[in-house]
Write a protein that binds this ligand. Structure first.
Ligand code: DGJ
Length: 720
């Protein structure tokens, strides 16, 4: 991610370095005698005097106990066995001779920027040098990047290089997410007991099951409160995050790449730079995730113009590409207020279904005898932008590309890797394959007025070699994809790109550095989306999360949904439509257009406000929203996801408002059909109440009686 470090917040008092930014202090002791250690990561300590900082460092020095090493290990930035660390080591590497024992010691530590530190470590005996770059961003995110250099005269085999983040001892509850295609980011929690909780991707991409964060917090921490620290891996490939607690060491979060055996062999003089690992903390998950949102929003490349309402053709037509049908779809889309029309999979040569054609990035002349021009021209005439689907990294064995260049397919053996969706992965680290793809993308982007690419990636990488007998190149392929994206963006600066990977299987700060939104999930069932959007939102701000209104009979779950529920859930994202709107009658078109219009009135708030979630005791209810940075207005939704033990419902609270301001609370739209027989009207909705942020956050109002799978959206406007 682009660095945003500006405040002069680094102070070095006798080797104890104090970084301060974004309400966060990080204190690093460079006087440990071995490797520097983070001795505080959390609340801002103010202008702490030198003796206090030194006291902090002394206060956590370990103590010898029976049965252990005489000089027990302090948790440093590079915990190593040679320094007595008997947990997972930060560095594992060996030479052909078998030499494996390293003891990297401090060479020097110097400011690398006003709020960053470059720590150089070295071990003359094992002929290694290592740097740890540490930065504290304006938003209070703590970032680390490690790089190891082989200064010997023979090859160094690198197995593992992990960044270490210390945890407070009393944060004994772990939180992360899991999932699969159509159900990304389901939360899971368990006790952080002695042992290692390992979350690993060996898929060559993060995967639908990847956790965006591995967090440890005090028991029962929620979104609103409870101390919690977490780390994220800013990398779009295989990786591991682990939380480790052992009887003899301080608890720690470790994160780094998963490298396949022999994947990284450093020749003399060569350096391997690991990806950034990013840590955040907060009193509650809302505060923790706000740092990521602030950071992403501060990027120079962050999309700042109003997010265009999007219609994506996938669930409307799938592979049934037909000019007349798609033109009618574009016309109906324009009628309901759509601003970006995205032509999904199926437009290129041989692509009549998902068995063939991937790799053949030429417009299919049978289906599109005049190219995409007639459709694109009509889309532009209707005042919409045009977007196009690609899956550049993939190839169907049944394609001209695979027939012409079988050697461009990633494989570690003669046989191809196991098939997924009839496709294989291209070796983008192969310059010829890379250049070919870049040229095809450029040719299409030059020929057509394409404002947006939906960049898909629909399978895991298995045995990612350059052919039989070659070394693994998962890392190199991620770097190549980054280069490809960077090049395309540079050559087509107005282009926006969505990162899609069978839905949300590639969501990370590495890909987000070079894309403008992510496709959260192929499941657009609003009931499921409440969960996926909530937890994808731990990292990703709402304006970068594609949230589409669904067809009433949801394709992936076969549940039925109302337009109001689907639209209400999509409000807190980048709104789109995934529906054949040509089939709608006048009344339905009007209702859909009204939701599009409501969102347009709120999208600036969604794209800039602080995201909040209420920790409610009633699992039937969900309250979330965005509060404007100046506290002047907010959008909140109250969703009913199941029947409740309470009848009528209890109260709902609205967190995150300015406690001192008073807000008028109004429904954005008429309520969804309520329970039968109809409950009596709610006093506060009939005659809008004006309540302080403090009262709304603590006492709240009675939740409207709703059937499961319904929602009410509320606007809160500060008065006076
Ligand atoms: C997977 C994506 O997640 C879908 O939205 C769609 O683009 C299909 N691929 C097309 O093959």
């Amino acid at each position: 991610m682009q660095r945003r470090i500006s405040a002069p917040t680094l102070r070095d008092a006798d080797g104890i370095v104090h970084l301060r930014a974004g309400g966060t202090s990080v204190v690093i002791d460079t006087t440990t005698g071995t490797v520097p250690a983070i001795v505080h990561w959390g609340p801002d300590l103010g202008d702490a005097p030198a003796d206090e900082l030194a006291g902090l460092a002394r206060g956590i020095r370990p103590q010898r106990a029976s049965g252990g090493l005489d000089d027990p290990a302090l948790l440093t930035l590079l915990p190593q066995p040679g320094h007595g660390w008997l947990g997972t080591p930060a560095l594992e590497a060996h030479r052909a001779s078998g030499a494996f024992a390293h003891r990297l010691e401090l060479v020097d530590a110097r400011p690398a920027s006003p709020a960053g530190l470059l720590i150089r470590l070295g071990d003359a005996a094992s002929r290694l040098e290592l740097t740890v770059e540490i930065e504290l961003s304006d938003a209070g995110l703590l970032r680390q990047r490690l790089a190891v250099t082989n200064v010997g005269d023979d090859a160094l085999h690198l197995q593992s290089l992990l960044a270490a983040f210390p945890l407070p001892h009393d944060q004994v509850e772990l939180f992360d997410t899991t999932g699969h295609h159509l159900r990304e980011r389901a939360p899971q929690r368990h006790a952080f007991t002695n042992g290692t909780h390992l979350r690993e991707s060996r898929r060559g991409r993060p995967g639908a099951d990847a956790t965006l964060l591995l967090c440890a917090g005090v028991p029962g921490f929620g979104f609103e409160r409870g101390a919690v620290h977490g780390v994220h891996m800013g990398w779009s490939g295989s990786h591991r995050l682990l939380a480790e607690r052992t009887p003899g060491h301080d608890p720690v979060l470790l994160a780094g790449e998963v490298l396949l055996p022999g994947e990284i062999v450093l020749a003399p003089g060569v350096t391997h730079v690991a990806p950034w690992v990013v840590g955040s903390w907060g009193d509650g998950l809302t505060a923790l995730s706000a740092r990521f949102h602030d950071e992403l929003r501060a990027r120079p490349t962050h999309p700042r113009r109003p997010r265009p309402v999007t219609l994506n053709t996938w669930e409307a037509v799938y592979f049934d590409h037909d000019l007349a049908r798609l033109t009618a779809l574009a016309e109906a889309a324009a009628r309901v207020g759509v601003e970006r029309f995205v032509l999904d999979d199926g437009w290129f040569r041989h692509r009549r279904d998902d068995t063939a054609g991937l790799g053949d990035w030429f417009v299919d002349a049978d289906v599109w005898p005049n190219g995409l021009h007639p459709l694109l021209d009509r889309v532009r005439e209707l005042g919409m932008e045009f977007g196009l689907w690609f899956e550049p990294e993939m190839v169907n064995p049944d394609s001209d590309l695979a027939r012409e260049h079988p050697d461009w397919i990633l494989r570690g053996r003669d046989e191809l890797p196991p098939v997924a969706r009839q496709q294989q992965v291209l070796d983008l680290a192969n310059p010829a394959a890379f250049d070919h793809l870049a040229a095809r993308l450029d040719a299409l982007l030059d020929e057509y007025d394409i404002a947006y690419i939906k960049w898909d990636h629909n399978r895991d990488l298995v045995e990612p070699g350059a052919g039989p007998g070659t070394a693994a190149r998962g890392h190199r392929n991620v770097e190549a994809v980054y280069r490809l994206l960077d090049g395309v963006r540079q050559r087509h600066p107005r282009l926006e790109i969505e990162s899609c990977a069978s839905g949300g299987a590639r969501v990370d700060l590495g890909i987000l550095e070079r894309t403008d939104r992510i496709w959260v999930s192929d499941c657009i069932d609003p009931l499921e989306r409440l969960v996926t959007q909530k937890h994808t939102g731990l990292l990703v701000p709402p304006e970068l999360m594609g949230a589409h209104i669904s067809t009433p009979r949801i394709h992936s779950t076969k549940r039925h949904t109302s337009l109001d529920f689907s639209a209400g859930v999509a409000l807190l994202g980048h709104l789109g439509i995934e529906w054949d709107v040509t089939a709608l009658d006048e009344g339905e078109l009007t209702a859909l257009a009204a939701w599009v219009e409501r969102w347009k009135g709120l999208r600036d708030l969604v794209a800039s406000g602080r995201v909040v979630h209420a920790d409610l005791a009633d699992p039937a209810l969900d309250v979330r929203g965005v509060v404007a940075a100046d506290g002047a207005r907010a959008l909140m939704t109250v969703a009913c996801v199941a029947t409740s033990a309470a009848h009528p419902f209890g109260r709902v609270r609205f967190p995150g408002l300015d406690a001192r301001r008073r807000y008028r609370v109004e429904a954005l739209a008429p309520l969804d059909p309520a329970a039968e027989p109809a409950p009596s009207p709610l006093a506060w909705l009939q005659d809008p109440v004006v309540l302080s942020g403090a009262a709304l956050g603590a006492t709240g109002v009675r939740a409207p009686m709703m059937l499961p799978q319904s929602i009410v959206a509320l606007t809160l406007t500060a008065v006076g």
